[in-house]
Design a protein around this ligand. Structure first.
Ligand code: BGC
Length: 886
């Protein structure tokens, strides 16, 4: 037995944490049926034990909270875990973590601000102010044995120490609710410092902090500012601190403007070579000003940074019918273009990024961002200095597969590379099967996830880049089966709780920046209410996300942490439900149905959008909130009751459980009619109640028949939105129609998943209709993850891996393929280690290999119905395959 993958708060040896950590480890063993019988954790500092858990006779090896005395700031702790397994084997392993500032008053550095006069950022797109260079030169008296740099800014920064970047992260300090929560990053810069003169450089662009779409509030547009503290320990044991202060110098460099939406303008003639190295004379630089922003919102970053995730060489260059030079990177992505340029001095090269050409093959902008009525282009400008150079924008990213290039005499594919960016969440799974179309669908799901997990879960990379709550929870389960999302979602949920209003409302996007505050107008129009807008199926992310995390990773700590936020959301739902929304129902029923306020309904139901996205069509989608709102109200109450029970709060469990039961009764008598019909003849109207168990026994058969007939009536196609699509195939399976689930999965006409492939989709679309009937692309995003939620079903049915207990402590492997699939394989890194399943069939025999990680057990069910309970280890199974679905 040995112990691997020691993690602290889901990170590998983190350098700067500022909250008490939790620990996890993975047990590996050559033996079968291995369980952890006991563990002991010891945390020590400089050889002295700080906390000793003592021997715990427990199989818990994930999310084990630190329970010792308060940790000290800026210390390097060692932690050791000792494990004994059920066979009496023992093993131990150690790792480290470092604390950053455990309290805000340990910041000695001062905020420093750009002295350049304020410039209006909203004038129009592509006219934002230049980025700011901040530089500090400093001397070190001797050899350095260790150095940590704590850094943050208002804007986004690119950091160098003596001209070298300490890592390849992008867009620090991340997108958060800045007035409550501004991350700082910790860097080990030991190897970058030298005795004598040194220089620290930070180039700061607008990023989320200052951009018109994402700026926090209606306050004055904020100037760029930085805060840093460098803690140096010399080889002789003495220490020194170098801080941001009034000695920091500032200048404007080659980035003439930068914006996450409009792009970047870069004038290579304004480059200042050596500006971030020792000895630079700083001609014309100005002193930074002192800023008074305080330290109260500073939080050590948890989770992975945004990084380059892939480099994709251009696959072709073509000339469009309009004569445009268009570079095609072969797949849709979020990122930017790196290009080699050899153009005359002063030549202006522009790159217009776009997702799909129009039906003739010309440039097509599918973004409409109505800030000040202007339409935004994803445009990058580069002004040549006449020397051969390589350029990749610093402070922007785009959603695109193609770029239109102007200003170059010859556009050559070999000069262009697309750099995909993503938060570097660890990949947690693989999937493949004998149907190439499903493999492409899976790759599109992964690519869409990669494109949209950029600091926060975003809706799309090319248009809004916003943390829409409804999209996030619709896709949450699949996302966690693809990547380790724990610290990413933990940070986002902490911000969600901070954005939550006094009365429990949760805004539609997290963070909730100014642009979406403007959209409160929409809310007020519909809801006739002031204040932040919330909506059923969106704001419920406050409950659904932590609960889904608990189910997939066994993370009880997130439930504990988010519990008050979950409760507050439910309390708000209870109040909203109690308001009179319909006079046609008796008060005692109506009071439990959430039927007041503004909602999006089952967003993106295709049947209503065939003729476009006009207000009338959208309002028909919204009208489905007649049933989506009460269902989501019930769901939030139910999950919160379950969380209360798990956390040992019986009183809350009874209260929210009771309210959920009242809602269920009210739904049965107030929404479902006496003949078992829903008020709207829509697939989702039948899917949601069936899936959630809200259908009274006597109507279940009718509901099932109704769902099947609605699908048949729709030409055997789905007609589902963001909230019913993730449940569609599961619901069909639950009513015994696996055949229909596979039929829908394999459909290739619109709307269907594989229809997207017929349009050469390389990412999942926002809408089932991204093209008009004549082949014209519509102004919709082609990189939206919500409909990728089918991934979860594919993993659970085709390769059969499904948790039975949270975190896959116990799980089943029960592939339920249809007759056309010949083989499939899946790996999934659950919290305990890697689960694997690979099966193939031929000559009437079904063969399967499975891997069950230590400290878990599995129930393996073969297609012939035979069932085996196994502990950890690798196993081979075989059965006749004549019982497979036909
Ligand atoms: C976003 C969606 C989101 C919706 C809410 C859109 O603009 O892209 O995915 O759920 O707004 O209406």
């Amino acid at each position: 037995m040995n112990l691997t993958t020691l993690r602290v708060s889901h990170m590998d040896s983190p350098l700067g944490i500022d909250t008490p950590p939790y620990f996890s480890w993975i047990i590996q063993s050559g033996e079968r049926g291995v369980f952890q019988a006991s563990y002991r954790l010891v945390v020590s500092l400089d050889g002295e034990s700080v906390w000793d858990s003592g021997t715990e006779n427990s199989s818990q090896s994930i999310f084990v909270p630190y329970d010792g005395p308060e940790l000290k700031s800026r210390e390097r702790y060692l932690w050791t875990v000792y494990v004994t397994d059920n066979h009496g084997n023992t093993a131990s392993a150690s790792s480290r973590f470092e604390t950053a500032f455990m309290s805000a008053d340990e910041w000695k550095a001062g905020w420093v601000v750009s002295p350049f006069p304020f410039e209006e950022r909203e004038k129009d797109w592509g006219n934002q102010p230049p980025a700011t260079m901040f530089r500090k030169g400093f001397a070190l008296k001797g050899a350095v044995s260790s150095a940590r740099l704590y850094f943050t800014c208002h804007g986004i920064y690119r950091l160098t120490v003596n001209g070298k970047r300490p890592d390849d992260r992008e867009f620090a300090p991340e997108f958060t609710s800045y007035d409550h929560y501004l991350c700082y990053q910790t860097y080990d810069v030991t190897g970058l410092l030298v005795p004598g003169e040194n220089a620290l450089g930070a180039y700061v662009g607008d990023g989320w902090y200052c951009g018109p779409m994402t700026v926090r509030d209606f306050i004055d547009d904020p100037p760029h500012a930085v805060l840093f503290q460098l803690e140096v320990t010399y080889a002789d044991g003495s220490a020194e601190t170098v801080c941001s202060d009034e000695s920091v110098l500032t200048a404007r460099g080659p980035v003439l403007f930068s914006d996450f939406f409009a792009g970047e303008k870069y004038d290579a003639n304004l480059e200042q070579t050596g500006w971030d190295k020792a000895g630079y004379s700083c001609p014309g630089w100005e002193n930074a000003q002192i800023g008074e922003f305080g330290y109260g919102n500073l939080v050590a970053q948890i989770g992975q940074p945004v990084r380059p995730a892939a480099a994709l060489p251009a696959v072709r260059v073509y000339t469009s019918p309009k004569g445009e030079s268009i570079v095609d990177f072969g797949e849709n992505l979020a990122g930017r273009v790196r290009m080699k340029i050899d153009a005359p001095k002063g030549a202006v090269i522009t790159l217009d990024h776009f997702e799909a050409p129009d039906k003739e093959g010309n440039y097509f902008n599918n973004i409409y961002i109505p800030v000040n009525g202007a339409v935004c282009e994803q445009r990058v400008y580069y002004i040549s200095n006449g020397r051969p150079s390589e350029y990749e924008p610093l402070f922007t990213y785009h959603g695109f597969r193609y770029v239109r290039v102007t200003g170059l005499d010859a556009v050559r594919a070999e000069d262009f590379t697309a750099v995909a960016l993503s938060t570097d969440n660890r990949s947690a799974g693989t999937f493949g099967c004998s149907d190439a179309r499903l493999n492409r669908l899976y790759e599109n799901i992964r690519r869409t996830q990669r494109s949209n997990m950029i600091s926060i879960p975003t809706d799309c990379p090319q248009r809004e880049k916003a943390g829409w709550t409804g999209d996030a929870h619709a896709y949450a389960a699949t996302s966690m089966m693809n990547e380790d999302m724990t610290s990413f979602y933990t940070r986002w949920l902490r911000n969600l709780a901070l954005e939550q209003a006094e009365d429990g409302r949760v805004p539609l996007t997290i963070p909730y920046p100014k642009y979406y505050k403007i959209s409160e107008i929409g809310n007020m129009l519909y809801q006739k209410e002031q204040g932040i807008p919330d909506a059923a199926g969106f704001s419920d992310a406050a409950v659904i996300m932590p609960y889904t995390m608990y189910e997939i990773t066994g993370n009880t700590l997130i439930l504990r942490e988010q519990y008050q936020s979950m409760k507050r959301w439910c309390d708000y739902v209870i109040v909203k439900s109690a308001k009179r929304g319909s006079e046609s129902l008796p008060e005692e029923i109506e009071r439990y149905l959430w039927n007041t306020g503004f909602h999006y309904g089952d967003w993106m139901i295709p049947g209503f959008l065939k003729t476009g996205y006009g207000a009338e069509n959208l309002s028909r989608v919204r009208a489905t909130s007649l049933y989506t709102a009460p269902v989501f109200g019930w769901y939030s109450l139910t999950l919160t009751a379950k969380a209360a029970a798990l956390l040992g709060n019986e009183e809350d469990a009874a209260y929210y459980g009771g309210m959920a039961e009242n809602t269920k009764q009210a739904f049965a008598s107030g929404i479902i009619d006496k003949d078992g019909n829903m008020p709207m003849d829509l697939q989702s109207a039948y899917i949601l109640p069936l899936y959630f168990g809200l259908v009274p026994e006597e109507h279940k058969e009718h509901f099932a028949d109704k769902l099947v007939s609605l699908i048949r009536l729709n030409g055997n196609c789905l007609d589902t939105g963001f909230f019913s699509t993730p449940l569609l195939l599961d619901t069909l399976c639950a009513i015994g129609r696996e055949d229909m689930a596979y039929e829908l999965l394999y459909r290739e006409d619109c709307p269907s998943w594989l229809y997207q492939l017929r349009h050469d989709a390389t990412t999942i679309w926002e809408s089932w209709h991204c093209y008009g009937d004549d082949g014209t692309p519509l102004a919709m995003s082609m990189n939206h993850y919500a409909f990728g939620s089918v991934g979860s079903w594919m993993f659970r049915y085709i390769t059969g891996i499904e948790y039975l207990e949270p975190g896959y402590k116990r799980f089943k492997i029960h592939p339920r393929p249809d007759a056309t699939l010949i083989n499939a394989k899946r790996t999934f890194m659950c919290e305990y280690g890697q689960i694997a399943c690979g099966w193939e069939r031929g000559d009437g025999v079904f063969k399967m290999e499975v891997t069950v990680p230590c400290n878990t057990s599995a129930n393996v069910i073969l297609p012939d119905g035979s069932s085996y309970d196994v502990g950890s280890g690798q196993y081979s199974f075989e059965c006749a395959d004549n019982s497979l679905l036909k």
